[in-house]
Design a protein around this ligand. Structure first.
Ligand code: GLC
Length: 421
């Protein structure tokens, strides 16, 4: 299926890991899997999950201020606690926590009211479902199997596995029919093979409900885009992609994690990602009551303010220059006639672009409109010279990253050779 254009044009999404793990501020699902806390203590958090200040409209306003065009909410993480009142019940916040209601419908409505696309995260695995640990590991993986994920030797139960798949299909079908997500963000795929997951049947079910649903790569061969996690790729993955990244070091709410990225660092992550043609899916962890800590909202707003000043270089653009032409990331307008050069530090004398075959018509500083002089030195026959752009004046510099809009005489035309004229 061709990628939905809204996705590649969106550039920024917000990822929300919202669940009972926020009650004690422990790692989402993993904390009982790895034994960081006992299963009993983890499950005790069900009694403390209130969503008492949950205001999805305030979330949507914040995401819009951040410049995001979509958001992805954990409808059900590996701990199996569904955030909606599911007809395929094992655990859900409506029946099993004081929150006592569906939390997804309001989220979807609030996003749509702000013109944001709706993404729902769903874990294939459910470490709390009695039928889930019914198969043995097929191949050794990075994560050691546990009693929550796999059966003991001799205790496999194929009938239980069939029941589990029916439960998963029931829940996913319900999400598609009821909330019509624009994007389904799967996870937890590493514990089974594509065949064991019956991935094709699952993809068919989603497409039958809504053929426009975007699927991430954790649908294995049925995914539409790659999902590098926590680190900027050095080369763009093939096809559409999205980097998921936490604002501090945690997916969910962990008050002792103070390791926040600065707004300046987030601007770098963001521009490096879109410069390689990807989206950034930036993760925040709401408290159990549904509020988002100020350290996270401030950073989203800081990134959003930078994006608002530089929107033309962001939305609807495509990947910019390959490494080596300019010392920093860049993007390119959809018509390929304007290049946006990102400069992190204050250029001193000039910004140089190498290998540019086009003549430059005009260079301006995005946001302030200041016009900059430019000229070419060198070049012989097919090998272009260097395009020098005068350094912007101090008052035209942005605190995080200055963007120069370079208008070309035609579509971008690059020289990629080794210089023998
Ligand atoms: C990993 C983790 C999970 C987190 C996800 C986000 O797969 O299992 O806890 O939700 O990354 O990408």
């Amino acid at each position: 299926m061709p990628m939905q254009p809204w996705f590649t044009d969106a550039k920024l999404g917000i990822f929300l890991h919202y669940g009972i793990y926020a009650v004690d501020g422990v790692a989402e699902s993993w904390s009982f899997y790895t034994g960081e806390v006992t299963h009993e203590r983890y499950m005790k958090q069900l009694d403390g999950f209130t969503a008492s200040l949950y205001d999805p409209r305030a979330w949507a306003d914040l995401f819009a201020r951040a410049g995001a065009r979509y958001a992805v909410l954990t409808a059900r993480h590996h701990d199996g606690v569904a955030l909606w009142d599911t007809a395929h019940h094992n655990l859900d916040v409506a029946r099993d926590t004081p929150a006592g209601r569906d939390l997804i419908g309001g989220f979807a409505d609030a996003l749509r009211a702000r013109d944001l696309k709706v993404g729902l995260y769903y874990s294939h695995s459910d470490w709390n479902h009695p039928d889930y640990p019914s198969l043995r590991p097929v191949q050794p993986g990075d994560v050691p199997p546990s009693r929550f994920s796999h059966a003991e030797p001799g205790a496999e139960d194929p009938a239980a596995w069939e029941r589990y798949l029916a439960y998963r299909d029931g829940q996913v079908g319900e999400l598609v029919d009821r909330f019509r997500p624009d994007l389904l963000w799967f996870d937890g795929e590493w514990e089974r093979t594509e065949e064991q997951w019956r991935m094709r049947e699952l993809a068919d079910l989603i497409v039958a409900g809504n053929p426009d649903t975007v699927l991430n790569a954790r649908m294995l061969s049925h995914g539409d885009y790659a999902t590098p996690e926590q680190g900027v790729p050095l080369r763009a993955p093939d096809g559409p992609w999205e980097l998921c990244l936490t604002v501090n070091g945690s997916w969910g709410h962990r008050p002792d994690d103070r390791d926040f990225k600065s707004v300046g660092q987030l601007v770098r992550y963001f521009t490096e990602t879109i410069g390689l043609g990807g989206n950034l899916l930036l993760a925040v962890g709401p408290r159990e009551d549904g509020t988002i800590p100020s350290e996270q909202t401030e950073r989203l707003e800081g990134l959003g303010a930078w994006i608002a000043r530089h929107a033309e270089a962001v939305y609807g653009t495509v990947a910019g220059l390959p490494a080596g032409h300019h010392y920093g990331p860049s993007t390119l307008s959809a018509d390929r006639r304007t290049l946006y050069l990102v400069c992190f530090d204050a250029p001193r004398e000039a910004v140089s672009v190498r290998g540019l075959r086009n003549a430059v018509r005009r260079v301006t500083v995005l946001g302030t409109g200041g016009e900059l002089g430019h000229r070419v030195t060198g070049g012989l026959h097919a090998v272009p010279g260097v395009t020098w752009i005068d350094a912007p004046a101090a008052e035209d510099l942005d605190a995080h990253a200055t963007v120069l809009a370079v208008e070309l005489d035609g579509e971008l035309d690059l020289y990629r050779g080794s210089g023998r004229g």
